[in-house]
Design a protein around this ligand. Sequence first.
Ligand code: SF4
Length: 460
Amino acid sequence: MTKMKRKTKQLDELLEIKKTTCYMCACRCGIRVHLRNGEIRYIDGNPEHPLNQGVICAKGASGIMKQYSPARLTVPLKRKESSERGKAEFEPIGWEEVFEILANRLGHLRATDPKKFALFTGRDQMQALTGLFAKQFGTPNYAAHGGFCSVNMAAGMIYTLGGSFWEFGGPDLDKAKLFIMIGTAEDHHSNPMKIALSKFKRSGGRFIAINPIRTGYAAIADEWIAIKPGTDGALFMAILYLLFKHDAYDHQFVARYSNAAGLVNLDPDSPQCGLLVASDSKDPLTPHLWWDPETNQAVTDHKAGVLPALEGEYQLEDGTPVAPVLELLRRQVTDCTPEWAADITGIESSAIIRLAREMIALFKEQRISMPIHWTDSWGVHHQQVEGTPVAFHAMRGLAAHSNGFQTIRALSVLMTMLGTIDCPGGFRHKAPYPQMTPPYAKPPNSSESIRINSPLSMGH
Ligand code: SF4
């Protein structure tokens, strides 16, 4: 063996590659961590990983600093006895002392009022474990990175659709024809989105970016629409107004797969005013009443072939005035004209109308149909899946405002109205979503009941 070969062999023996996933952001790209003698040399993308196919972004590659940054905490630190809070004067202590302090303080809280313990963790992949710990401790007060990032958006979408953007689901850019990205900061949702966008644009898709500034993904958009920060909800409401005005929404979809047809009690003297009228059915699929326009009466059963009323006002047998959820939504957006939204968003009313027209044209003229057999929640068998090829993606731009929860609800309702959820070319959930609205975190010994909601919930 030559000297050179011996050296290469020695080196090979010291080199190792560990395959894992990056968590410098929530995309969870596949990465390869290259080690020499157990020390990380560098990180690159895993070409065999389906999500990023070998692509890695600068943030992912700098994950090495999680291991070697000089600023990283390597031992537990305790504030010096002689120092005041805020002076940042710490001294290293041993783990035994740490556990003793924690056991004393946590033991006291657990024995007196566990809810006084709040657990906050950073962005890591162990939230299932930290959440389990908090629940076993007996506190519902635990959170992680997301609580300061986009959880209002995720919660708003989960409460409305049963899933959200990012790890819960995303745009089907393989089939979409129009892609609208709104409030997405710079390159947030990095590698998977970059790969999908490049394919989408190469196959002729139209990409519209709505953002206060034109950077990141917006740089390659076919059209950039500037919007005032925090006003996205007004834009969605104006588009909803136009969908109602032109009767350009997916009646079948909202009637079958949302609670848009559920009747709401409008009697101002009733304690039930504003709530869905409950049915006496034991079937969890039919928790409230609909109005059957064929027999002109309230029904619990969603009979095949009957489309429940979506608009109008009716009276139950006992005289209670009722209206479908969608009718109330229609009334809600009556004044949300494009001119009204133009004042708030800074987008010309003509641009808002054109945006709505593009969506309506795709809904009316370019529906996608694929020969895939499936059975819906009503037990009806379908020969194909259908969808409107309009996909959306939204992120921090919406989340970073106090109205983020309601803004994403408006977008979720808009997507529902276009029938572009869990269908080709629209928003597609990733397993195990969609799910019923998650119950709020509660300790295992709590006797409180779990509150749930229907998956597609437009109701109050
Ligand atoms: S996009 Fe970048 S930071 Fe996010 S998971 Fe992938 S490599 Fe890591």
